[in-house]
Ligand binder design. Sequence first.
Ligand SMILES: NC(=O)c1ccc[n+]([C@@H]2O[C@H](COP(=O)([O-])OP(=O)(O)OC[C@H]3O[C@@H](n4cnc5c(N)ncnc54)[C@H](O)[C@@H]3O)[C@@H](O)[C@H]2O)c1
Ligand SMILES: N[C@@H](CCC=O)C(=O)O
Length: 514
Amino acid sequence: MYQDYTHEPFTDFTVEKNREEFQLALKLVESELGKEYPLIIGGERITTEAKIISENPSNKEQIVGAVSKANQHLAEQAMQVADKTFNTWKKWRPEVRADILFRAAAIVRRRKHEFSAYLVYEAGKPWKEADADTAEAIDFLEYYGRQMLGLKKGFPVKSRKIEKNKLAYIPLGVGVVISPWNFAFAIMAGMTSAALVAGNTVLLKPASTTPVVAYKFIEVLEEAGLPDGVVNYIPGSGAEVGDYLVDHPRTRFISFTGSREVGIRIYERAAKVHPGQIWLKRVVAEMGGKDTIVVDHTADLDLAAQSIVQSAFGFSGQKCSACSRAVIHEDVYDEVLEKSIALTKELTVGNPVDDTNMGPVNDQGAFDKVMSYIAIGKEEGRLVTGGEGDLTNGYFIQPTIFADVDENARLMKEEIFGPVVAFCKVKDFDHALEVANNTEYGLTGAVISNKREHIEKAREEFHVGNLYFNRGCTGAIVGYHPFGGFNMSGTDSKAGGPDYLLHFTQGKLTTEQL
Ligand SMILES: NC(=O)c1ccc[n+]([C@@H]2O[C@H](COP(=O)([O-])OP(=O)(O)OC[C@H]3O[C@@H](n4cnc5c(N)ncnc54)[C@H](O)[C@@H]3O)[C@@H](O)[C@H]2O)c1
Ligand SMILES: N[C@@H](CCC=O)C(=O)O
């Protein structure tokens, strides 16, 4: 028997022992920086001349790892291995596949701080955020393993007296898993483990700025007993390897998490049927957000300010769930703004190795993009705090608030993916919901209110996949807050939810006449 699923607890960094252990893990990882990492295809380590250099975004001089880079030839090799391996892997019993996930979870749990330390160096995550990312990776392994134990039974269907009917869910085939850098461990591990536990084989293309932590995860899967060829590790250029595999006739599904732009590209390309292809590809795409916290005139204003600041600036706003719009009733607008500015000014920004509140943004591209939105914000609103960037060592940007932004401004509509939040004043709650819904995304949102009618109205009318009341809009927990949004936020899947594995299976009905 398996214990019931409960989520992995977060580390309490106010406890000195925990801090010491985390510092030891940082030292350990520091001693491993700069290593070379090969591709893994069918268990074979393949080193290429071309490399992806994973740098520390807090310290551009520091190389986290030099990772071999797949090209189309190697992607084809990986596809052939995954296609062949599918014929055997799909026959492994679901409970044995699940056991591999449980063992992998146990291995990661034992080395929890080490994985988090990699996220501090490779993704620029502050301790708390890195710890949450690792905890979420463990959760996905534990949760999807248990979900598979349920799904293996299929769903009950009626049988007439003359027949015996059975509805089972069988795997699809080779899946291309394309993961983002911002939850470099959790989302990468979640997408990979969901696909494989359902009986599919995987070609994993991690984000190019965070390939090392993905390599470390493959090593864990191997240690946990995953046979060669089930997951193949092929970092490479999205445009080269990504397009090639998305178009490939043997690709059965694509599981993607990333930007709206790339998600749409994949969705469109996957729709085309290529010569030799005998199925319509399935695409599970989890994309961007333009997430809003609404504050009404009855709200606890301290809670409102804390929720906005935490959701806007946690991991420098680089979450698809991040609050990038605070929509506030005019009666309490000034007070919430003042409180938010005060809290923001308390945040420390710097190298997260030193346990700062906020680290860098991802890379030069992210830095330039966010700074260009700060320039736009200076035209569209009133800069009340932040606004400066610093490239001396890494890609640091101060937490930035723009006040008095018009509801139709670009700052209110486009995903910035950085530490920038726009404040917008509204005249009543209906107006607030109208503004909250006026983007093409629909991922997360929150309402801070003590008025039951407002909460219920928002429950009906605030059109997002994850709606929170009287808390921030980030920090969904696997199995508790299934995660995924509407409209241009993706294909409406719910990662960490009870129906997620169905995306990686197909239903087979058998009827036996008695
Ligand atoms: N909805 C969610 O659950 C969720 C979660 C995390 C991040 N995100 C979104 O992800 C974005 C940030 O992540 P990112 O910058 O890594 O996104 P991105 O779209 O730039 O990259 C995501 C992945 O796609 C790959 N890629 C790029 N071009 C490709 C192509 N032509 N074909 C196939 N793959 C290609 C990248 O190499 C990377 O592995 C934000 O928009 C954020 O909102 C969404
Ligand atoms: N699941 C995460 C967001 C993932 C996207 O970046 C959260 O709920 O904050």
